[in-house]
Design a protein around this ligand. Structure first.
Ligand SMILES: [Zn+2]
Length: 191
């Protein structure tokens, strides 16, 4: 259904839905629910824009460079698909190049694209690793993500400060215990 809507039509539907929601919970406490609904719809559209965005992942010849490349501490913000509440933290990526390498800024773009969807952290981690595997065909790729989930901090069990770590290892990082331990060390994660 969503595919046939223009982005303006989709945002308008979201705005109307926020309007209904605000009428139920905020009226008459908020003076201007219409403006709030509009701003919330704009924010929602931005935070879920990763379904349509296609980052251009330009690759370059590795020219014989065959050591591990590590990009760590990439911040990300996503929404959990169970509660629609944010989870946020950092992604750490390592790969062992094959014939191609990727521009360093593209790692952050890739993480951002998949984070701007309704997610579970496990799938988000997997999607980043799979996409790198697909685009670069490296000899190995490893992705570790660490995040705090506000659905755990603000509601339910209410335990702020808890960090969830997920990791996906492909190729040699998966097959070799030594390579896996080395990469987890480089990514600052204890094996
Ligand atoms: Zn949740």
């Amino acid at each position: 259904v969503h595919a046939v809507l223009t982005s303006t039509e989709a945002t308008e539907l979201v705005r109307a839905a926020y309007g209904d929601l605000l009428e139920r919970i905020a009226y008459p406490y908020l003076p201007d629910t219409a403006e709030t609904a509009r701003r919330a719809a704009d924010a929602w559209t931005e935070l879920t824009s990763g379904y349509t965005a296609e980052p251009e992942l330009t690759t370059f010849p590795a020219n014989g460079y065959d050591e591990i490349v590590v990009v760590s501490g990439i911040p990300f913000y996503s929404l959990c698909e169970h509660h629609l509440l944010p989870f946020h933290g950092h992604a750490h990526i390592a790969y062992l190049p094959g014939d191609r390498i990727l521009g360093l800024s593209k790692f952050a773009r890739l993480v951002d694209m998949f984070a701007r969807r309704l997610q579970v952290q496990e799938r988000l981690t997997h999607q980043v690793a799979s996409q790198l595997q697909h685009v670069l065909e490296p000899r190995a790729v490893g992705v570790v993500m660490q995040a705090e989930h506000l659905c755990m901090a603000m509601r339910g069990v209410c335990v702020p400060g808890t960090r969830t770590t997920t990791s996906v290892m492909l190729g040699r990082f998966r097959d070799s215990t030594a390579a896996r331990a080395e990469v987890l060390g480089l990514l600052g994660v204890n094996a």
